[in-house]
Design a protein around this ligand. Sequence first.
Ligand code: ZN
Length: 315
Amino acid sequence: MNIQNLIKGLHHVTATVNEAQEDVDFYTRLLGLRLVKVTVNFDNEKVYHFYYGNKIGSPSTIFTTFPYIDQVVRKGVIGAGQVYETVFSVKADSLAFWEKRLKENGLETHKESRFGFDFLLFEDPSGLKLSIIEDDSDKREPVWVSADIANENVIIGIHSVVLAVEDPGETASFLHDFGYTSDKNDGKFTLLETAEKGAGNSLILLDGSGLPKGINGLGTVHHVAHRVDSIEDSLRIKAYLEDAYGISVTEIRDRKYFKSIYFRIPGNVLFEVATSGPGFLVDETVEELGSSLKLPDWQEVRRDQIEKDLVPFIR
Ligand code: ZN
């Protein structure tokens, strides 16, 4: 058995961040992403779970955050064994717009060339490492347009994530088996893609042997999720990883908007495999997305208390 064609590409990236309001302001007002869902962390209902993405939150455009500042969570360390950086893509000739916009808003930026692309690097208010690259081959529709970002400049979705690992050879060998192949090397970076290739379907491995060991906490990415078509595919992947690698994989967890399994890969990065469906339109219309707090049935019964415990924020 092999599972190489089951993973289609990325689904979402989830990070632990500081405050709700500054997070919403940064990702919606500055980066122009749409807040497509407001819910709570299903494992800690005192904490919001924000989902940002394109107009309908298509898989591979979704960046999600847990604003954990008041929950006795320490500041994390970005390092080996983690998602080190999240890369967003824009169309050609947009990078200058973003460089100017970020600088005008007080952010420090710098450019780094990898694989012949310019990456514009910056940090979010919690210290998460982000970047933007121009990728004209990105065929996903940039469907969300905010007032002060022209259509040709909008962020289309997540392009890739940079995984920092201590032994890139070992992790690359696992990722080939998992479905990310066709490497390109550039110094300490290796580019891997699923069969669907390109933006939204790529990982970048970083030789993290000189980095500190990553520690989960505020200002770090918690996990990266990869998309599959069905729960049956998730179960095939679970069986394969347990059998071939002895990796311990969780049972299927119902995340309402998708169903997921979680496990750590060689190199220690936490992976999730999530179904592409049912998606964010199960409890809101396209127009309503993100406009009110949505809770799964098992938490809806405690809505009054949950709402009282959450810090209000302005959309
Ligand atoms: Zn997730």
